[in-house]
Design a protein around this ligand. Structure first.
Ligand code: AHR
Length: 517
């Protein structure tokens, strides 16, 4: 846990150093802070007079002097939990601790700790007005990343996943000013409501216009939109995602899809602003800065001070996205402070995780072609629209767009082991290929104990000497196989009909092909 006395001393020193650093345009190295050689975003906000009152990250410390835990994981095998901390004070996450604790079983993220010392931790969101609960917890392996050369994991929000804190300390209420930023994966989004991070209702209900002030990311067009086809950074102010002064389109809010995206929002009495940029380089652009919406309820605001991640204020939980870090401040940060924070973010060094296995790189789209001749070499693994089963079927350039999309998969880091892979449906986001009773199905990651393992496959050389075979992580003698045009995990000889040794090697060998969809 955070060490308050050290934190106070460190912060005092950092505040002095950070002020100097800001005025000199320097963003690292604070003289006299031996335990905090670098500054975090919250040191910069503090120096700017708008301190963080919540600071969440699974990848790094957000204060130069922070030495406590970043997040907690719970493993499937025995429900034991473990805090994941830092490699060093003010440094990066100790991802190896997660890897060893969760090895071979899979973990979910149970707590995102607040580094500000105010206890504004995020935990599993409860049911709300729009949807039941509790919401799912994020799979701890699903968003691997490298930060500053160190392996870390983000928070992968599949539809149905959500975190919340309704009993906060220091978060803005009413019309009080606040700021916030988050780093998202700009390539992971959808149009569902609402992938949010920020201020929301304390009772999980939609209590009316102006009762929220949260960052939104995605391509939902129900209330507002920006230029192009999205996704956009918008402000969820309740009963509306705002891209500009009022509901509707705002041409100045651009489509942004940087792999690592900085999104910023701030709001005070009759003013608010949206800003964003590439979290890997460059500065921030201002998408909107001006007056509050003129519809009833937004001026003055009625902020309630809860914190949400991945969901809307009323627990609308149909959105998806990935979160790496974010903070909320007391007071309306200046543009200069936010620019300094952006410089700190770009200096942190976010790059994609390096868990790729050949062409099976997380994030890439592929199709999987069967290799068994003569029946099946033009057949591809696909989900079956008639039910949730997974089959192979002939797919070619004349196939319908739906058939092609059904035969297309997005490679994800293995849900139970990031050195292996999982397959997410390209046209059913959030649904994964997984086995149940040794048959393969497409279903949502419900965060349940066995789902992660049942959805994780370790690529090996093709059992026939051709292509790639996919070994089930929890049944290592069984491989992804087609049998009678239906998909299973199968051993070479066994009690099930699909374990037949005839054609086993070919049936379990696949060619990783260009995506159909
Ligand atoms: O403002 C958009 C959404 O509308 C909010 O997140 C949710 O509470 C309501 O359904």
């Amino acid at each position: 846990m955070i060490k308050p006395s050290i934190r106070r001393v460190g912060r005092a020193l950092l505040a002095v150093g950070a002020t100097a650093a800001l005025s000199l345009g320097l963003l690292t190295a604070t003289a006299g802070t031996s335990q905090a050689a670098t500054q975090g975003p919250c040191d910069l906000y503090r120096a700017g007079g708008t301190p963080c009152v919540a600071a969440h990250s699974t990848t790094r410390a957000l204060y130069g002097a922070y030495s406590g835990p970043l997040y907690q994981v719970r493993r499937a095998s025995d429900n034991a939990t473990r805090n994941i901390g830092l490699l060093s004070t003010g440094g990066y996450a100790d991802a190896a601790a997660q890897d060893s604790f969760c090895a071979g079983t899979g973990c979910v993220i149970t707590v995102l700790y607040d580094q500000s010392g105010r206890g504004n931790h995020l935990t599993q969101a409860p049911a709300g007005g729009a949807a039941g609960g509790p919401d799912n917890l994020a799979n701890a392996f699903e968003a691997p990343v490298t930060v500053g050369g160190h392996k870390a994991y983000g928070v992968y929000v599949a539809p149905g996943t959500g975190y919340r804190n309704n009993n906060t300390n220091g978060i803005a209420t009413g019309d009080q000013p606040e700021g916030m930023y988050a780093i998202f994966d700009g390539t992971h989004f959808n149009g569902g409501c609402c992938f949010d991070y920020g201020n929301a209702e304390t009772n999980n209900l939609d209590t009316g216009n102006g009762h929220m002030e949260a960052l939104y990311f995605g391509d939902n067009r129900s209330w507002g939109s920006g230029s192009g086809n999205g996704p956009w950074v918008m402000a969820d102010l309740e009963n509306g995602l705002f891209s500009g002064v009022n509901r509707g389109p705002n041409a100045n809010d651009p489509s942004v899809n940087n792999r690592f995206l900085t999104a910023m929002l701030k709001g005070g009495p009759n003013q608010w602003a949206l800003r964003g940029g590439d979290a890997r380089s460059g500065g921030l652009s201002t998408f909107y800065s001006g007056a509050r919406p003129n519809a009833t309820g937004y001026n003055p605001m009625h902020k309630e001070g809860a914190i949400i991640l991945g969901i809307g204020g009323d627990n609308s939980k149909w959105a998806q996205g990935t979160f790496y870090e974010g903070v909320m401040t007391q007071g309306y940060p200046s543009d200069a402070t936010e620019n300094a924070v952006q410089a700190n973010i770009t200096a942190a060094g976010y790059t994609s995780g390096s868990t790729g296995t050949g062409t099976l790189t997380p994030g890439s789209r592929i199709s999987l072609r069967a290799t068994t001749a003569p029946c099946c070499t033009s057949h591809y693994l696909r989900h079956d629209d008639a039910d949730t089963k997974v089959v192979i079927s002939d797919t070619n350039s004349s196939s319908s767009a739906t058939d092609k999309a059904d035969a297309t998969w997005i490679v994800r880091a293995g849900l139970a082991d990031s050195s292996c892979v999982s397959f997410e449906s390209a046209n059913n986001p959030g649904r994964f290929l997984h086995h149940y009773n040794y048959e393969l199905y497409l279903d949502f990651d419900n965060g349940a104990g066995s789902f992660a393992q049942d959805s994780t496959f370790c690529p090996t050389g093709g059992n026939s000497g051709t292509g790639t075979s996919f070994q089930s992580v929890n049944f290592p003698t069984k491989y992804l196989r087609h049998y009678n045009y239906t998909a299973y995990i199968a051993s070479n000889g066994g009690s099930n009909s699909w374990d037949s040794s005839a054609s086993w090697a070919a049936d379990t060998s696949w060619l990783v092909a260009q995506p159909w969809g």
